[in-house]
Write a protein that binds this ligand. Structure first.
Ligand code: NIG
Ligand code: FE
Length: 403
């Protein structure tokens, strides 16, 4: 008896992004059956088991999982075009931050913005990503720093999913920088984060992760440790901005707390990689910030590869270090700037990005997983990484619905 499903996509080349020993996890079958928002089965065209009223001819195009942008800061007020000009006149990112600009400049603008204004701008940025095939976005807070603005940012982030075909994962990043109210007593701010915000974020289920900017212009390893402990006490997962501008041993510390990911890691000491391996932590590479800040120290990709650390790629979309609302552009940068192969890049925005968010139901085309899928009119998956601004999905499904 034929099994009835909601949709069958026929005649496609499937890059499943499963680790099945084939490049891009390519499958031999050419049809996908979808039911209740999930992939029901992957099967051969001649197999009559799966039948649907709605059938799509994929015209031998490539079907890939929807992309996952696993590190963004896309909810914020204002912009920092003025700092872009200052940097061109010779000021560094660190100098601007030390003079009260940088993240603190965006904090002022974000505190002043209404929820509705933040939301309408965030939707526009997220739409740039979804147009390119992104179906899941992680969004961090961190431009409010006071409790209510942080909660406002997380609520706004979640509301993006009411307006676009995308799922949103939220991360509390109160430890982005020390706010002006606490300039002379940063440890009190850490205590405030641990005691007055993390428990509320957990109780209201506003985020599943807690992140820290462990850096000289952010938080020390000792301060980060307190925040990670407070997160874990509330059953929240840990992620960390580490080793972006210097080596504070943040990655090793994050691994102690089984961090889902360590992000940036340009200054990661290869000696710390075994600790990351042991904790199953994903290395999230952010070539947009590297490019934008005109850095020269590259993440230790060869050593990460040698230790089989899963690598993910993300936009880091934010108003300061990476105002780049294009994951496809970032994918090209990951290859050109960090020497990742196109296959590594595509795993980095699918399977490994899902792992960086602990999303077992996304990032691959597999029976039982979410039917977040994109059809691409290309001859080979590497084309999605090779050029810039050549491609948009020919068709897109989010939770099994065409969008
Ligand atoms: O990931 N490194 C810290 N946070 C952001 C930058 C935020 C900003 O400059 O507004 C990043 O690069
Ligand atoms: Fe970031």
């Amino acid at each position: 008896m034929a099994e009835l499903c909601d949709l069958v996509i026929n005649n496609v080349r499937i890059a499943s992004m499963q680790n099945n020993g084939q490049a891009y996890g390519q499958l031999s079958q050419s049809s996908v059956a979808i039911k209740d928002g999930k992939v029901l089965a992957i099967f051969d065209a001649l197999d009559a088991t799966y039948q649907s009223i709605k059938n799509v001819d994929g015209e031998n195009k490539w079907l890939l999982p929807g992309f996952i942008d696993c590190h963004t800061h896309l909810v914020y007020g204002g912009n920092r075009a003025n700092e872009f000009e200052q940097r061109l006149q010779g000021k560094t990112y660190t100098e601007i931050a030390q003079q009260g600009g940088g993240i603190l400049g965006t904090v002022n603008a974000t505190r002043a913005a209404s929820e509705q204004t933040l939301l309408s701008h965030a939707i526009k940025r997220a739409a740039r990503l979804t147009e390119e095939g992104v179906t899941c976005i992680e969004v961090k807070s961190g431009y409010g720093l006071d409790r209510d603005t942080e909660l406002k940012m997380l609520k706004v982030a979640k509301r993006i999913a009411e307006h676009l075909p995308v799922s949103i994962e939220t991360t509390y990043l109160g430890a982005h920088t020390v706010p002006k109210e606490y300039r002379s007593n940063p440890d009190d701010y850490v205590q405030f984060i641990c005691e007055q915000v993390i428990p509320v974020v957990a109780k209201q289920k506003l985020a599943s992760c807690v992140d820290v900017f462990c850096e000289s212009i952010g938080f020390s390893a000792a301060q980060s440790r307190k925040i990670f402990a407070a997160a874990k006490a509330q059953q929240l997962n840990v992620k960390a901005h580490v080793e972006q501008l210097s080596d504070l041993k943040g990655a090793k510390l994050a691994a102690e707390f089984n961090a889902l990911s360590v992000d940036h890691i340009e200054y990661l000491d290869p000696k710390d990689i075994p600790a990351i391996k042991q904790s199953g932590t994903v290395a999230v590479l952010l070539p947009g910030a590297f490019y934008y800040l005109n850095e020269s120290q590259k993440p230790p990709v060869a050593a990460l590869r040698a230790h089989s650390i899963p690598m993910a790629i993300a936009t880091d979309l934010n108003p300061g270090s990476s105002p780049i609302a294009s994951l496809l552009t970032i994918m090209n940068m990951a290859s050109v700037l960090f020497s990742l192969t196109p296959e590594e890049v595509l795993y980095g925005v699918t399977k490994n990005a899902a792992q960086a968010l602990r999303l077992a139901n996304k990032g691959q085309i597999k029976a039982g997983l979410d039917a977040d899928l994109c059809l691409w009119d290309i001859e080979h998956p590497a084309e999605l990484v090779y050029g810039i601004n050549h491609h948009r999905p020919a068709a897109k499904w989010f939770a099994g619905k065409e969008c």
